[in-house]
Ligand binder design. Structure first.
Ligand code: COA
Length: 318
């Protein structure tokens, strides 16, 4: 069977955005998650920034794209993020279509000077491993998505009293929160090193709700926090523990457990029946904490990583 025709877009027009949005919606309904992260989605709809390319794959006889891939160069470190999705109705040809769009995306990275690439894949299969290997990427970090039913039963509360938390106040709590967050995540590649702009940006997102951003103070200072995020665009609706941390001065005193419980109780109070969170598979302490609270692995997200060499010209296949 023939290869799909791949259009490379440096700027997405209205028609492209609509066609790709429809593809992302179809895939999300089947997969239970969005193929593009928050940043990547904004890159797509705002479009056209330097280091952006959208790759739309078409096949004869279909008036919708069969796949979409996107590469974006990170502003901070110049490394490349790559995501791709194949229409669920065309996944019998996942290996072929995926290889084609991902291969084109890697060629663009090479033509633009090369660099480090990370491609996050939710629920990777051996076909994803094969696509990655074929374009020279290897397995990197893994994130576990854990879930547990809500509300939390007494057996998982270990008799702990509810923590007296309060809601985050925008415009007032940023500085104290940034300090604790950056101390808690000092060894973390993405969650450490946030600045005022990063948090202000999150506060501007439609999902942001300060009432679900819980702070716990002790001895007159912020000791820990549990920030939640509600996803109502997937089935079942998910109540996420979005970011959680304790100040290192307060670690190991049972605060982490009580903060998770406070977040889960808040989510249950909003009618959510499934609690969810992501944790780095290598973060043994946190994984242990969540498993004791009754979370189990729903699926794994895997990063495929590699360094792409600079190439002088893009191969023209169309
Ligand atoms: C993960 C974190 C929130 C845990 O908070 P904490 O207040 O130290 O945890 P607790 O005292 O409530 O401990 C709860 C359980 O986890 C275990 N635990 C916590 N940190 C651990 C570690 N580093 N290694 C092994 N076990 C650990 C505790 O032993 C305890 O288990 P137990 O009941 O079997 O004894 C905190 O360490 C933190 O902020 N880490 C940095 C940020 C982070 O990784 N957040 C999670 C991202 S998903």
């Amino acid at each position: 069977m023939s290869l799909p025709r791949v259009e490379v877009k440096r700027q997405m027009g209205r028609g492209d955005i609509d066609a790709v949005s429809a593809l992302l919606d179809v895939a999300a309904a089947i997969d239970g998650h969005r193929a593009l992260g928050e940043h990547q989605w904004l890159d797509l709809v705002q479009g056209g920034r330097e280091g952006f390319a959208g790759l739309v794959a078409w096949e004869p006889g279909h008036d919708h794209p069969v796949a979409y891939a996107q590469v974006t160069r990170g502003v901070a470190d110049g490394s490349w993020a790559l995501e791709f999705v194949v229409d669920p109705h065309h996944r019998d040809r996942l290996a072929t279509i995926g290889h084609e769009v991902v291969g084109e995306a890697i060629a663009i990275v090479g033509a633009e000077g090369g660099g480090h690439v990370h491609m996050w894949v939710p629920k990777p299969t051996p076909a994803h491993d094969a696509i990655a290997e074929a374009v020279g990427l290897r397995r990197g970090r893994e994130l576990l998505q854990l879930r547990r039913p809500l509300p939390v039963d007494d057996a998982h509360r270990y008799g702990s009293e509810p923590l007296p938390v309060r809601a985050f106040i925008p415009g007032r709590d940023e500085e104290a929160w940034l300090e604790v967050n950056n101390r808690a995540f000092r060894h973390h590649p993405e969650q450490g090193g946030w600045d005022l702009e990063t948090i202000k940006n999150r506060e501007a997102q439609p999902w942001f709700d300060p009432d679900g951003f819980l702070l716990y103070e002790q001895d007159g200072r912020l000791a820990g926090f549990c920030w939640t995020k509600i996803h109502r665009d997937v089935a079942p609706h998910l109540g996420e523990i979005y970011v959680i941390g304790t100040d290192p001065d307060f670690e190991g005193r049972g605060l982490g457990r009580r903060l998770v419980l406070a977040g889960l109780d808040w989510l249950a109070g909003r009618g959510l029946t499934v609690g969810m969170l992501y944790v780095d598979a290598a973060n043994e302490g946190a994984v242990h904490l969540y498993e004791k609270l009754g979370f189990t692995v729903d699926h794994i997200d895997r990063a495929y990583v590699g360094d792409v060499r600079a190439k002088l010209d893009i191969p023209h296949r169309n």
